[in-house]
Write a protein that binds this ligand. Structure first.
Ligand code: B12
Ligand code: SF4
Length: 509
């Protein structure tokens, strides 16, 4: 069967700092290809909608699958699903990915028949089963399926992360993927899931708190197959279990692989497992993203981060000692006033690290979605990109954006100011010599993208698809199992290796 998999356009955040390969979709593509289908990938982070329409005409896919990890992409995906059905009425349209798994009912309702099925949970096992069912019947019995007729059996979880290497060869114009100066950049996954349970995050609820690791050999083989010199490790929290990190590293050394790496981890994990990060520094680790989220005890408790300001600051010291460039994330609350922004600005300027500010946003699938008592001020999916305020602001909304953008640009100037810029000139020259322009373009784009008037005006756009708000805002914490997409059921893919270790959160330091 001819199958086309489509990733939607980039969100505001990605217009500046990065554009990364659609790794989840590439893994789904690999599994589909393994069962004998002809599959193509189209990434609208790079290509425009016209290219998609051309592709539909030329390729005439029997099934079109959209990847919907990000809530803000919902309207685009619904509109595109409708376009596909208009152009190819016989095609089967399905949607999968992180956000789709939590809001499948409203997606089906908005689609008004344009979406035949939402495939909840991981896509590797279920997509091939779905494709077989499209021909032979039984779509409603596919694990994870949701249609207008109801829900199928619970989604099936991939038994071993080693089973399908991402079909990177199907991603066209790979040189467009980059993160900052790591241009071009590929992505890789060593583990899946997160053993923590932060209240604002749905990474743990999606996987039902199951945590899996790839075998060191498979991880190193996958890495060795990557052509790009730079690699983004997409794990939610890198190197929770240091022995896994060491084992992958040794396999990499055996294969003589040399890359630059970017990873994301937690402050407490970095403090506890310094040696493994030091080892990876030697292997090529250059950049690290730390989700500190707050600089005070109260903020950390609020997000149930299970960390303390002391540990956070220690982690920054550790990273500096390692000589790894650090980017920190802080969550701004819509309740912040000018004074609060001022304090954060001062703090951000006082540390040498890059500081990112995102806006506290309740997402379906998180605990906060149910427990947040403030009512959403908008039902526009597009504003759920953690750069817009979707809860009532203490300051008038336009002033909130002025403060937010001022804070972001003061911090940004610190890093992209002339002295930093001249320091970066050598790198820029090298990139340009290799025909890589993503990073250089980014340097000039900040003011265009981060603009308080633009962000304020976004609230007044026509909204055709309204989000379903939480049933009872401020309700008590829901039963955890109710939040889970996966309930721990593991499925064995054709030719799969034995089950990999399922590890738990290490005891708190
Ligand atoms: C790496 C990552 C990124 C990367 C790369 C994104 C990319 N190009 O794919 C970067 C850094 C760019 C990024 C940015 C953002 N991210 Co992000 N990201 C992640 C992260 C940590 C891992 C995603 C990943 O690659 N996983 C590995 C692959 C293999 O899994 P996967 O993509 O989920 O795919 C599987 C399934 O979802 C499914 N699937 C996926 N596509 C399809 C398609 C079909 C047809 C089917 C059937 C199945 C299917 O099958 C796949 C294989 O099992 C997740 C957290 C998480 N654990 O999922 C957050 C996460 C997805 N991001 C999130 C957010 C909020 C963002 C940002 C808006 C802000 C931010 N945090 O920086 C931006 C916006 C990005 C944009 N679209 O422009 C939220 C999503 C919230 C929401 N509900 O919308 C998450 C869940 C993190 C969280 N804290 O809750 N992100
Ligand atoms: S540690 Fe990170 S990925 Fe894990 S639950 Fe908290 S925010 Fe989500």
């Amino acid at each position: 069967m001819r199958v086309l998999l489509v990733h939607p356009s980039p969100l505001m955040y990605s217009e500046i700092y990065l554009r990364l390969e659609p790794l989840g979709m590439e893994r789904v593509a690999a599994s589909v290809r393994a069962t004998g289908h002809e599959v193509r990938i189209l990434d609208l982070q790079i290509f425009d909608h016209k290219t998609l329409y051309r592709e539909l005409k030329d390729f005439q896919p029997r099934a079109v699958g959209f990847s919907l990890n990000y809530l803000a992409n919902v309207p685009e995906v619904i509109d595109l699903a409708r376009d596909v059905k208009r152009m190819l009425p016989e095609s089967f349209v399905f949607v999968g990915g992180h956000s789709a798994s939590f809001i499948y009912e409203e997606l089906l309702a908005h689609g008004e028949g344009a979406i035949d099925c939402v495939l909840r949970g991981e896509g590797e096992v279920s997509t091939s089963t779905l494709l077989a069912a499209i021909e032979d019947g039984g779509v409603d019995k596919v694990p994870g399926s949701a249609t207008v007729r109801g829900m199928g059996p619970p989604p099936a979880m991939l038994q071993s992360l080693d089973d399908f290497f991402p079909a990177r060869d199907l991603a066209r114009k790979r040189r467009k993927y980059f993160i900052g100066v790591m241009d071009p950049c590929a992505s890789i996954e060593f583990t899946r899931g997160c053993p923590w349970d932060c209240s604002f995050c749905s990474a743990w609820t999606f996987y039902g708190r199951v945590y899996r690791q790839s075998t060191p050999e498979a991880a190193a083989d996958d890495l060795a197959s990557i052509r790009e010199p730079n690699v983004f490790i997409v794990d939610d929290v890198a190197f929770i279990h240091p022995e896994h990190g060491f084992a992958i590293g040794r396999e990499i050394e055996k294969r003589g692989v040399k890359k630059n790496y970017y990873l994301e981890t937690r402050a407490d994990v970095l403090c506890r497992n310094q040696e493994v990060f030091e080892y990876w520094r030697r292997l090529g680790l250059k950049y690290m993203f730390l989700g500190l989220e707050a600089i005070d005890e109260e903020g950390l408790k609020l997000h149930r981060k299970r960390s303390s300001p002391g540990v956070n600051f220690k982690a920054l010291e550790v990273a500096r000692k390692l000589d790894v460039d650090v980017a920190i994330n802080l969550i701004a609350d819509p309740d912040w006033d000018e004074r609060r922004f001022e304090i954060v600005r001062e703090w951000a300027l006082s540390v040498p690290d890059v500081v990112h500010i995102t806006v506290n946003t309740p997402y379906p699938g998180t605990e906060t979605w149910h427990t947040e008592s403030r009512r959403l001020t908008t039902g526009d999916y597009r504003l759920f990109d953690i750069q817009h305020a979707v809860l009532p602001t203490r300051l008038p909304l336009d002033r909130f954006y002025k403060e937010l953008v001022e804070t972001q640009s003061v911090i940004n100037r610190k890093h992209l100011g002339w002295s930093a810029f001249s320091g970066a000139l050598k790198r820029i020259a090298i990139l340009l010599a290799h025909g890589q322009t993503n990073f250089v373009r980014m340097l000039w784009k900040f003011n265009q993208v981060y603009n308080p008037e633009r962000q304020y005006a976004d609230h007044f756009r026509e909204t055709r698809y309204l989000m379903r708000p939480p049933e009872s805002p401020g309700a008590k914490r829901p039963d955890r199992a109710e939040l889970y997409v996966h309930n721990g059921r593991v499925a064995r893919a054709p030719g799969a290796a034995p089950a990999t270790a399922v590890a738990s959160r290490p005891s708190q330091a």
